[in-house]
Ligand binder design. Sequence first.
Ligand code: PGA
Length: 254
Amino acid sequence: MRKKFIIGNWKMYGSKASVKALLTTLKSSSVPPSVNVNRIVCPPYVFLAETQTLLEGSQIAWAAQNMAAEREGAYTGEISAAMLREFGCRYVLLGHSERRTYYGETDDLIAKKFKLATESGLTPILCIGETLKQRQSEQTEAVLQRQLDKAMALGESVFQQGILAYEPVWAIGTGVSASAEQAQKVHQFLRQHIALHYSDLAQKLPILYGGSVKPDNAKALFQMPDIDGGLIGGASLHAHDFLQIYGDCVSITN
Ligand code: PGA
């Protein structure tokens, strides 16, 4: 059975007080933890130290939302993989559509970060997804293929250290999730495409869905055979919603 993941992407939200409150509630939740479903939160960088203090020894892991493509050096404003490791991160989001759209991140740059993350002991969570225009012009598969191929070209031993998150851009933050069937169709395509290169890995790789996952649609999505959990934005800022989504994933998995 593939490992499942429920990951909260907090984006650029929160304050010292709200982070503390959210993490304290998540930690003390009565939702029974499952060894098969990993729970991860991705706070903004400046809250990682506090997150480490609050979550150390708990069942919840933490991750960064991005990292630099270089190991160290004169890169003002950047944060290195080694720094993230020092603050207890085991995972890092890479290639989120907001990074691609607003900060011009390319597939080459993202692949470079992917490799560096694995060399630094971080598990990269590679985000891919098509825009509405691309979907409407039937380019979804071509776009996803292009977004995957640079990371796959790093070789099986590197690529297999990552996790994949399919996040259709039109579903992110819009309240309009892909339907469970739509998402399943894409996840199946992704496995087929990966299988052309790495057949064993295609079955083993966790592929998460992201884009307006909420307590009222999470279960249907997670019931799909090729969906291994979710990358949750807005709903992950509300402890109750995040816990319910986690609980839904656990109830399907156990
Ligand atoms: P959303 O964000 O759940 O608010 O749509 C998902 C994401 O951007 O990872």
